[in-house]
Design a protein around this ligand. Sequence first.
Ligand code: ATR
Length: 272
Amino acid sequence: MQLNGETRIYGIMGNPVSHSLSPSMHNAAFQACGLNRVYVAFKVADVPRAMDGFRALGVGGVSVTIPHKQAVIPHLDAIDPVAKKIGAVNTLLIDDIHIHGYNTDWIGANQALEMIADLPGSTVLVLGAGGSARAIGFGLQEKQASVIIANRTFEKAQALANDLNCECCKLADISPLKVDMLVNTTSVGMAPKIDQTLVPETMLENIPAVMDIVYAPAETRLLREAKQSGCRTVDGRYMLLYQGVAQFELWTGQKAPVDVMKEKLFSQLDSK
Ligand code: ATR
């Protein structure tokens, strides 16, 4: 790609950010579509000054990652209603000097889940009550799915269930539940603790579809056992992919080259 005087700048703001897989995924997408745009990593310590910097420099769009997903919100000119409910923004769209905030994490999760299940009218058991569970829970409700939150620290499950106006239970009490889908949003199963899972194998036989948002390894113990039990499964790489696809589409107004982005993202993950 030839950078020149008309190249528009995009990027990811986080701290740390050097490990991010987003630059190569988004640059591959821009290149595949012949767009004169470049995507770089911004290591940001000072959020308000960074936001003014984006306005001043005419940056086109920014992905937002840990630890800034909440901190950007007071510095936006507008926020998408679902991102507002979630209370976290992972995407900035900057038009002229106005910064619009969106959340595409829930869109990525829904898109991944739709590979294995129909969401409207379904009941989904969400394990975890952190930021990911919050985005996924509100996102599922956007698709008319019913959510049940289960978490190790029950008070956190209650607090999130209260915000979602949904049911909750203790992690230890999930076995008898009858659900259409299960989503693990906790870090259990993530490398290096790859031998761990929160779901008893006997329970999996009764769950049609299982998603794990852990993406390293792609096949967690939960997903391996779910496949063995006959569940349809989808791994966390697809949520990561589709949140990026939604960002590309917000920034460009055109269909994302999903296959190109998938190849770039998955090959980077394989080489880690
Ligand atoms: P994120 O923003 O990715 O959701 P988080 O806010 O740190 O991350 O949330 C992590 C979630 O994983 C929490 O629900 C946490 O449970 P607690 O609220 O009880 O801490 C859950 N979690 C992490 N390690 C766990 C473990 N070993 N067993 C059960 N749950 C675990």
